[in-house]
Design a binder for this molecule. Structure first.
Ligand code: GDP
Length: 444
C-alpha cells in the first residue's frame, strides 16, 4: 500500500508522545528528529521536510500546548494539521468556463498515465458533474496513443475526436474545439503528447496548443511512484507552460509518498485527483485532510462512507431492509450484497481505511481471502431457484450436486448455510430490538 513505511514510522513516533501528561522541549525535539527521518525516508523533498519540521516544532513548544491538559494529543493534532496543510489544505475544485466549452489540457511525460487519466477524468465529469465531454487525441507521436484513446472512448461510450497522426496537434485541437461547439459538448479534454524526458520541441508544441484557446485547466499527470522525480517534472512543466493542477497516478501502488507530500509545497499547485488503479473508475478527488488522517492511522471514514454510498441504490436498500424485517431475505439477495461489497474495491484496501487499522498487527500483510467470496458466489450460482429461497430443502444429494457444480466441498456449503442462518438470526434480533427499542442484542 502507498505510504506504508511513512505511516508506520509516524504512527510509532506519535504513539510515544500521545499519552504524555507533560511534554518538554526535549521531547518535542526527539519526536521531530524521528518525524524528519520518516519524511526523508519517504522521499519527501528536503526543503519541504525542513519547513514542516520547523512549523510543527514552533507550534508544539508553544505555551498553550505545553500548559494544556493533554499536550500529547495536541501535538498529534498539530502534526495532522500541518500534514494537511502541506498537501494543500482544502480540497481543490475544477474550474469550469462560464462560456463553454471548458478546455482541459492533459500534459505529462510518457507512461505517466495521461491517456488513461483522460478517460477516467471524462468519466468523472460525466458522472459527477453531468458534463458532456469530448476527448481529443492530440498525441500523434506515441505509437497507438490515438487508438488507445479511441478504445477508451468506446469503452466509456464517449466520443473521441481524432484526425490520425498526419495532421498537426494544433490543427487537431482547433478543429476539435469547433466541433465541440457545434455538437454542444461543454468540456473538451485534450490528450497531448508526452516524451520520455522534457524537451524544447514538446514544450513549444504545448505552448502552441495553449494559445489556441486559453485552457481552463492544465492538468499535469505524474506518476507517484517516481517520487522526487515527479516533483522535478512538475516544476519544469509549471515553469515552461504553467499548470493549474496535478493528477497523481498509481497511488494504488506501493509509493513511499514523497511526491504526494512535496508537490503542492514545491510547485504551489494543488493535487486535484489521484489515480488508484488501471480501471476507468479509479480516479478520486484528492482530499488533503483525509489523506493526512490515513497516513496517521486515524482512518478515512469519509471516503469509506462515500464509497459505500456510491455503490448503493437507495430504493434497493429500502427493499432489502424490508426483507430483513420480514425474514424473506434469500440467497439471491445475499449474492447481490456480495457483488456490492466487491464493487467497492479490494477488501484489504477498504479495511485499511478504518480508524486504527494501522495498529492491528498483521493487517498490513492481510490479504482478505477474496477467493472465499468467489466460492460463496459459485455455490449460490449452482443452486436452483427453489433452493435459493428455501434453503431448508438442501439435503445430502442436493449439497453433493451443488458442490460438484461449484467446484467446492460439502463442508463449504455447510459453512455457508450456517453463516446464512446466523445472519438471519442476527437480523431478527436487530429488528426485534428496533421494535422494542430496548432489548439487548446478542451477537451470534
Ligand atoms: P501515457 O503515456 O501518459 O498516456 O500513459 P498511459 O495512459 O498509457 O498509462 C501508462 C500505464 O500506466 C498504463 O498501463 C496504465 O494502465 C497505467 N496506469 C495509469 N494510471 C494508473 C493508476 O492510477 N494506477 C495504476 N496501477 N496504473 C495506472
Amino acid at each position: 500500500m502507498a505510504f506504508e513505511g511513512l505511516a508506520e514510522r509516524l504512527q510509532g513516533t506519535l504513539q510515544k508522545i500521545k499519552g504524555k501528561g507533560k511534554i518538554s522541549e526535549a521531547d518535542v525535539k526527539e519526536m521531530m528528529r524521528e518525524v524528519r527521518y520518516a519524511l526523508l525516508e519517504a522521499d519527501v523533498n528536503l526543503k519541504v521536510v525542513k519547513e514542516f519540521v520547523k512549523n510543527v516544532s514552533d507550534r508544539a513548544v508553544g505555551q498553550d500546548v505545553m500548559k494544556s491538559l493533554t499536550p500529547g494529543q495536541q501535538v498529534v493534532k498539530i502534526v495532522k494539521d500541518e500534514l494537511t496543510e502541506l498537501m494543500g489544505g482544502e480540497q481543490s475544485q475544477i474550474s469550469f468556463s462560464t462560456r463553454p466549452p471548458t478546455v482541459i489540457m492533459m500534459v505529462g511525460l510518457q507512461g505517466a498515465g495521461k491517456t488513461t487519466t483522460t478517460g477516467k477524468l471524462a468519466n468523472v465529469l460525466r458522472k459527477k458533474y453531468n458534463k458532456k465531454p469530448l476527448l481529443v487525441a492530440a498525441d500523434i507521436y506515441r505509437p497507438a496513443a490515438v487508438q488507445q484513446l479511441q478504445t477508451i472512448g468506446k469503452q466509456l461510450s464517449l466520443p473521441v475526436f481524432a484526425l490520425g497522426t498526419d495532421i498537426s496537434p494544433v490543427e487537431i485541437v482547433k478543429q476539435a474545439i469547433e466541433q465541440a461547439k457545434e455538437e454542444h459538448h461543454d468540456v473538451v479534454i485534450i490528450d497531448t503528447a508526452g516524451r520520455l524526458h522534457i524537451d524544447e520541441t514538446l514544450m513549444q508544441e504545448l505552448k502552441d496548443i495553449r494559445a489556441i484557446k486559453e485552457p481552463d485547466e492544465v492538468f499535469l499527470v505524474v506518476d507517484a511512484m517516481t517520487g522526487q522525480d515527479a516533483v522535478n517534472v512538475a516544476n519544469n512543466f509549471n515553469e515552461a507552460i504553467g499548470i493549474t493542477g496535478v493528477v497523481l497516478t498509481k497511488l494504488d501502488g506501493d509509493t513511499r509518498g514523497g511526491a504526494a507530500l512535496s508537490i503542492r509545497s514545491v510547485t504551489q499547485k494543488p493535487i486535484k485527483f489521484v489515480g488508484m488503479g488501471e480501471k476507468m473508475d479509479a480516479l478520486e478527488p484528492f482530499h488533503p485532510e483525509r489523506m493526512a488522517s490515513r497516513i496517521l492511522g486515524m482512518g478515512d471514514m469519509m471516503s469509506l462512507i462515500e464509497k459505500a454510498q456510491a455503490n448503493v441504490d437507495e430504493e434497493r436498500a429500502k427493499e432489502l431492509e424490508e426483507k430483513f424485517r420480514t425474514q424473506s431475505f434469500t440467497f439471491d439477495d445475499f449474492l447481490e450484497q456480495i457483488g456490492q461489497v466487491k464493487q467497492m474495491g479490494p477488501l484489504d484496501e477498504i479495511l485499511k481505511m478504518l480508524p486504527g487499522a494501522g495498529k492491528i498487527k498483521g493487517l498490513e500483510n492481510a490479504k482478505v481471502d477474496e477467493k472465499q467470496m468467489d466460492r460463496v458466489e459459485a455455490i449460490i450460482y449452482s443452486m436452483t431457484t427453489q433452493e435459493k429461497t428455501t434453503p431448508e430443502i438442501l439435503n445430502g444429494p442436493r449439497k453433493k450436486r451443488i458442490a460438484k457444480g461449484s467446484g467446492t466441498s460439502i463442508q463449504d456449503i455447510n459453512r455457508l448455510l450456517k453463516q446464512f442462518e446466523d445472519m438471519k438470526k442476527m437480523m431478527k434480533q436487530m429488528t426485534n430490538m428496533q421494535q422494542k427499542g430496548k432489548k439487548k442484542m446478542k451477537m451470534p
